[in-house]
Design a protein. Structure first.
Length: 239
């Protein structure tokens, strides 16, 4: 979490934390028309260079939900400096996790709950990418193509839709998205207790060795040379 804080301060925000750095602001201004395009019946690859026309068509087919990515983008831009500054200044993990949930995960979760079709559209963006980002930037797309070709998209879509179905709506009078946010925030409490050296129920101290093994597995995973199934098996072996 410390690396994320340092990255936020060093690369994303200006000195007083009231806005993004000029380079980030410029990038956001450049990308916004790609995420919030002007309504049109036809797609031009030159105009939709970032995501491409296949992606444009996939989201356009979502009806009212086609604007949800734009709404999320503007939320992140408008609320970014304040949320990221609060995150960087937060003393405890519980507070950090809460800020990240409120700024990132909860808005995304609610968008997916209301527009689950975004999952399939996003997968189409990756599988059938026809944008010109790589050509314009001179970047090699070999790694990207390798990930795309080695991903089981059908299974991934099934899993993601299952998670959305399970995590949305209400159960026993409680909002599931809010409950999930509370669970993640509780994980921050577990980390706080660990660093305080408190051997209580909500503390990593009770499973420190297993926790370290999980981090080793995650840190050693190479997406280019290993399949997701192999990664899952290694995680299972660490339990």
């Amino acid at each position: 979490m410390k690396w994320l804080r340092n990255m936020t301060i060093e690369y994303l925000l200006n000195e007083d934390g009231t806005s993004f750095q000029p380079e980030i602001t410029g990038m956001l201004v450049m990308v916004e028309p790609q995420i919030c395009p002007v309504e049109s019946k036809k797609c031009s690859t030159s105009e939709n260079w970032f995501f491409g026309c296949n992606c444009w068509k996939g989201f356009r087919a979502l009806g009212e939900c086609k604007m949800r990515p734009c709404q999320l983008f503007r939320h992140f831009v408008e609320n970014g400096p304040e949320s990221l500054t609060n995150f960087a200044n937060a003393e405890f993990y519980e507070e950090k996790y809460r800020i990240l949930m409120d700024y990132l995960m909860t808005p995304i979760s609610r968008a997916l709950c209301e527009c689950p079709g975004m999952i399939g559209a996003s997968i189409t963006c990756a599988r059938k990418y026809d944008g010109t980002l790589f050509q314009l930037t001179g970047l090699d797309r070999t790694s990207f193509d390798n990930v795309v070709s080695h991903t089981d998209w059908k299974t991934l879509k099934t899993v993601l839709l299952g998670l959305v179905e399970a995590g949305c709506g209400e159960r026993n009078g409680k909002d599931c998205v809010t409950e999930f946010s509370n669970i993640i925030t509780l994980a921050g409490t577990v980390m706080d207790n660990f660093y305080k050296g408190e051997d209580v129920c909500l503390s990593v101290i009770r499973f420190e060795e297993e926790f370290e093994e999980y981090y080793e597995v995650i840190g050693s995973f190479d997406i280019e040379s290993r399949k997701i199934k192999a990664y899952a098996n290694r995680l299972a072996d660490a339990t």
